[in-house]
Structure formats: structure tokens, C-alpha cells
Design a protein around this ligand. Structure first.
Ligand SMILES: Nc1ncnc2c1ncn2[C@@H]1O[C@H](COP(=O)(O)OP(=O)(O)O)[C@@H](O)[C@H]1O
Ligand SMILES: O=C(OP(=O)(O)O)[C@H](O)COP(=O)(O)O
Length: 408
């Protein structure tokens, strides 16, 4: 089914905007944290639009969200996110360091219309990180304890839409649910890409998510949804080795370090089938007392960016495109010298209809000054690449069930 047809079957947020009703809103404010500080608040800013709509309508808003994964350094309390949410919402919000316990439930019951309560990191509940089908997630403690206290579930967290977790897919099975503003906007932007049926659509794919990105590239080409693909970043290493063989052992070793050797065969398979549509880097930049460009046969160090000739070639591809989807940087953007490939391509893309996604890609786009010029900036990383690859998102599946069950 076409994405636009799926969107038409889902319920829009306006149906849930009823004064004094209790709405659980699942957002994704998972943010990069360094030394205990949030260093990029793009997702927090994005979701305030949805929250403001809900509050202005007089809903009693209960926010569900996560940060990090248990056991990781960035697995923190959402108390850290509260001041930023307050800053962008321009109103106080309540926070409770509890998700389903008596204190959380008491505070939900005490909410007044137009008030907002942020619950603690939902992944503090061990059941949250276990993926199961929506019907099974409706039986979790989270859903059983909270759903009876609410009237609606609004799903807005596009970046977590690919996870079949309780806070994503459990509620729509037991209560009327709808798409949040951000989520709907994401789906509609991607639907416009699919409507072009590939004509003039180019994917610029880089970054480090090798399995997801290769899968998306294959799906997009197989379904004729993109005309051209240009690869850089670590994804580009895999395609370069697949195309040129072991021209330089360095690239192969770098791929092996990440455990991605099997993906060279996968890239070779994709190139065999769709080779004329895929452009791989012909030169790279390395660090030799500064940035120097070097052709693929002469590499002496692991490359940190695509080279100048590749940049020129990829810019020409972009110039001939109507829509440019950008997912994953071309190089090591954390160092300004090697952000050049990514920044130049993003700037070229901004003259077309540019759709971009992924935390690092957005970081580079902010540096390149193209955020405001882009047609769409996705809040998703993996969810973005998987959706453009045509995979069914568990969140969408659950919302479809809810639409049939409660809104038909
Ligand atoms: N040539 C390269 N050398 C080292 N790191 C690279 C290179 N190309 C890309 N990267 C790294 O890939 C990471 C971004 O990949 P990814 O997480 O897939 O992007 P996004 O967050 O935009 O989805 C960045 O940390 C970037 O430095
Ligand atoms: O940041 C996220 O995804 P991303 O790393 O693909 O951008 C989401 O919050 C999902 O997080 P998860 O990959 O820990 O489930």
C-alpha cells in the first residue's frame, strides 16, 4: 500500500484535541549527552509544536519519552530535559520521577486542562526495551496501569517509530489513538518522495549505519523509488571495496573493525544489479598535517572525508535532481576540515527539495546553514532510513489497528 493511502487511514491529531481530556503523548527527545549535558536539542524543539497544540486546546497532557538505553552512559533521568522543554514551550511543566507508580498516577489524576506532566524515562521500566507485537505490549504494566487514566494516546515520536515497544505500540490497542503533528508531518514528507516514483530523486547516503543503509538503498532501487544513489562515509567504504576490490587494504580493515565485512558482498550484489545508478567515491581526503586529497589507489591512511573530485561529481548529480534525500555524513564531521564534503553537498542539496535525517546529518546541516531552506528535516535516524526503505513501522501498524478499532 502507498504511504499516502496509509496516512489517509490514520487518525489526525485534531480528533483528539478535546478540552479537559487526558492525552498520553509519546515523543522522542532522546538527545546526545556529553558530560551530563544535552548538546543538541533539535528533537526537543521539534516536539514542542505538538505539545503546544495539545495544551492550547486544553488537554491534560502526560508526556512519555525515553533517553538512552539501560546500561549506556546516556541513560539518564528526563529531569535533564525538563528545563529545555519549559524554555521552548514557554510555560512550566510538572515532572515526576516515576512512570507507573502511585505518585505518577496521583499526579496524572490531579492534572488540570492545559497542564503538562513529564513522566520519568519510560525505559526505567525493564519491560519497555523488550520488543513484542502490539497486542502483547497492550498487556504490559505500563499500559495496564496508565491507559485507564487517559482518554487518548497521541503518537508523535517518529524517531522511535521503528521500535515495537510498549510506549510505542501498546496504547493504540486499548485506547483511541492518533498521529501527533510531528509524526504526521514526517510521514507526509516521505510520501511526497514516494509519489515521484523515483523520477529525479537522488539519495545521498553516508554515515556509519551500514546494515540499515544498505538495506534501504537496495529497497529504494528495487522499488524504483530513487533514480540515483551517491554514497560516502563508512557506507562509501563498503561500496568502494565492493566496486574496486581490495585496491587498498586499509578500507577493508576499517570495515572489518566494525564487524561489517559481510556487507561488502551485499554491496557487490547491489552494484551488480543497479551499478549504473550508484556512484561511489573516486577520491578521499586524509589527514597528513592537514587535509589532503588522494585518489582511491594511493591511500596511505584511513580516509576522513570524500575528496574534491568526488564532491564535484556528487554536486553535479544533485544539480540534476528534483529531490535530494540526505542520510548520514560523507566524512568525519566532528573535525571541521573533514566536514567539507558533507557541508558542500548539503548546501548544493538546499537548492533542490532537500530532505534530511539523522542526528549527525542535522548537526552538519546546522553548520551548513541549510536547516531553514530544507524541504523537510526528519527527527528520525534509523526510523528515517527504514521508512524511506519502505519498511512498515510498528507505530504505524499499531495506529492502523487503533483507527479500525476505535474510530471506524
Ligand atoms: N570517513 C569517516 N571516518 C570516520 N568517521 C566517519 C566517516 N564518515 C562518517 N563518519 C562518522 O559517522 C558518524 C555518523 O553516522 P550516522 O550515525 O550513521 O549518521 P546520522 O546520525 O546522521 O544518522 C559520525 O560520527 C561521523 O564522524
Ligand atoms: O535516537 C533514536 O534513534 P536513532 O539513533 O536511530 O536516531 C531513537 O530514540 C531510538 O533509540 P533506540 O535506538 O535506543 O531505540
Amino acid at each position: 500500500m502507498l504511504l499516502s493511502d496509509i496516512i489517509n487511514q490514520l487518525v489526525t491529531m485534531d480528533k483528539c484535541l478535546k478540552k479537559d481530556k487526558v492525552a498520553f503523548i509519546r515523543i522522542d527527545i532522546n538527545s546526545p549527552i556529553v558530560n551530563g549535558k544535552i548538546i543538541d536539542d533539535f528533537r526537543i524543539r521539534a516536539h514542542t509544536v505538538t505539545l503546544r497544540l495539545a495544551l492550547d486546546a486544553g488537554l491534560k497532557v502526560v508526556v512519555l519519552a525515553h533517553q538512552g538505553r539501560p546500561g549506556q552512559d546516556d541513560f539518564t533521568s528526563l529531569e535533564l530535559h525538563k528545563p529545555l522543554l519549559e524554555k521552548y514551550l514557554e510555560r512550566p511543566i510538572k515532572f515526576v520521577d516515576d512512570v507507573i507508580g502511585p505518585e505518577a498516577r496521583k499526579q496524572i489524576k490531579e492534572l488540570k486542562g492545559g497542564e503538562i506532566l513529564l513522566l520519568e524515562n519510560v525505559r526505567m521500566l525493564s519491560e519497555e526495551v523488550i520488543e513484542k507485537v502490539p497486542e502483547a505490549q497492550a498487556e504490559t504494566m505500563l499500559v495496564r496501569k496508565l491507559a485507564p487514566l487517559g482518554d487518548y494516546f497521541i503518537f508523535d515520536g517518529f524517531a522511535v517509530a521503528h521500535r515495537s515497544q510498549p510506549s510505542v505500540v501498546g496504547f493504540p490497542i486499548v485506547m483511541p489513538s492518533c498521529m501527533g503533528y510531528v509524526f504526521e508531518k514526517e510521514l507526509r514528507a516521505l510520501a511526497t518522495v514516494f509519489e515521484k516514483r523515483g523520477k529525479g530523486v537522488t539519495l545521498i547516503a553516508g554515515g556509519a549505519k551500514i546494515p540499515d543503509t544498505l538495506k534501504a538503498i537496495e529497497q529504494l532501487l528495487k522499488n524504483g523509488l530513487v533514480e540515483t544513489v551517491a554514497v560516502g562515509g563508512l557506507v562509501g567504504f563498503v561500496f568502494a571495496v565492493a566496486k574496486y576490490g581490495v585496491v587498498n587494504n586499509l578500507l577493508r580493515q576499517e570495515i572489518e573493525k566494525g564487524g561489517f565485512l559481510p556487507y561488502i558482498d551485499k554491496a557487490r550484489y547491489i552494484l551488480d544489479k543497479y551499478g549504473s545508478q550508484i556512484h561511489t567515491p573516486i577520491d578521499f581526503a586524509i589527514n597528513r598535517n592537514g587535509r589532503i586529497d588522494i585518489d582511491i589507489y594511493s591511500l596511505t591512511q584511513v580516509p576522513l572525508d570524500i575528496g574534491r573530485s568526488t564532491i564535484i561529481q556528487f554536486k553535479e548529480i544533485i544539480r540534476q535532481s528534483d529531490i535530494v534525500i540526505f542520510s548520514g555524513p560523507m566524512g568525519y564531521i566532528e573535525d571541521e576540515k573533514f566536514a567539507m564534503g558533507t557541508i558542500e553537498l548539503l548546501r548544493a542539496g538546499a537548492d533542490r527539495n532537500l530532505i534530511l535525517g539523522g542526528g549527525h546529518t542535522i548537526f552538519a546541516a546546522e553548520k551548513a546553514g541549510v536547516i531553514s531552506k530544507a524541504f523537510h528535516v526528519s527527527t528520525g535516524g534509523r526510523a528515517f532510513i527504514q521508512t524511506i526503505g519502505g519498511e512498515e513501522m510498528p507505530a504505524v501498524k499499531a495506529l492502523l489497528i487503533s483507527a479500525k478499532k476505535f474510530w471506524a
